[in-house]
Design a protein around this ligand. Sequence first.
Ligand code: GBH
Length: 454
Amino acid sequence: MSQRRAVKSVFPKSFTWGCATASYQVEGAARTDGRGPSIWDTFSHRPGCVDMDHTGDVADDQYHRFREDVRLMKDLGISAYRFSISWSRVMPRGRGRSNPKGWDYYRRLADELLSQGIQPWATLFHWDLPQALETDFGGWASRSTAEAFGDYAAEVARHLSDRIRHFFTINEFSCFTDMGYFQGIFAPGRRVSLQERNQIRHHAVLAHGLAVQALRAQAKVKPTVGLAENLNVCVPAIETPEHIGAARKAMRLFNAPFLTAVMEGAYLEDYLKAEGGNAPVCAEGDLKIIGSALDFVGLNIYTANNVQAIDREPGFELIPHPESFPKMDTHWLFFCPQSLYWGVRMVSDLWKPRALYITENGCASKDKLTATGEVLDTDRVMYLRNYLTSAQRAVLDGYPLKGYFLWSLLDNFEWASGYTKRFGITYVNYSTLARTPKLSYAYYREVIRSGAVL
Ligand code: GBH
């Protein structure tokens, strides 16, 4: 029987299917056309900070090959591309002088996307802070950096809002604050005190709020503004009302410094109490800015924690992953497909946002080219099939999940892991920069085409 059965679509026609990338991970052209250095240039060039001492100097060279990449997107059938703007490409020192050639690049990219019917969705900050702000102010340790970010957002609106309508302020608060300044495993590789860590977190959410306001104030056409946050997702160990309630309570608390503050315009008492004398110092009006209303909330979800109810305070308990818990090809990526459903459901139940998007989801696999030049990443297909089924469950339940962006369109510079971890649905040969769509690319194309998980 070779007859093809029509699959019933579940995702509505209006559902946004996309792919995501970030400037330092794909662009390359690190010293081209007046781009200034970012803290990731400095960090990756410091020996021992990145696996194999890889850097983003060339990366996927998307700066020069964006037309080829837009063609890949077109063939895939996506209707949106999430990329990030390199702050130091458009403002080489982070403030003051603008770089016309930098703005031109993002105009050309947006125009190419639009000409192929693909909407550009731009992230203003995906970790590549202009080095000058780190050198002059101590980066995110200073409130001046939050203010500079607000001014940069206004510039983005002035230069690009005629063609770009969808903006994310900031990508993943904890990665550039805690991991960059406290654990020191990401740029700028510092290890500050607890009080400074909390103040840095505060500057980050403040910067987000300032950017929301600046984008709205300066845009030529009313923009759609949100953020992309890798919230700590808690899933109930067993789906009963008591465990679900425990997971919801845990999620609100675990995200207190970031998403909870943004959605509630306040820091939870429990967070402030736990931090005691190290709690962040807020200026008057800060929390109102932090809580600026958003058009949508973007969730970057890869994995989750299991939580169970307990009958003593605080009423919930996080269950560590047993050693045998299945993982994809990187130490933190526990296979937890129900994270998409519970991430969407918990955020909806807690804060009732107008719209939700999965702004990143994907996995690393040990991809190899076969003798005939294919990449048959059946493990990634398995991962995507299960996670998309979970997203579909959220849609069927009526939660306002409006779109899904797969991380990533192509293999790229995976931060401290360099090029050793591959997250793409397109394989990149780093000697020739040739792109080869993987089996997972063909799989995602069929999902988009049919509007259902296959
Ligand atoms: C996203 O972060 C990023 O937005 C994207 O740039 C990145 O390429 C993609 O995921 C894949 O990693 O080393 O044990 O301290 C995902 C969230 C949070 C996952 C920090 C890795 C480090 C865990 N990341 N986490 S650990």
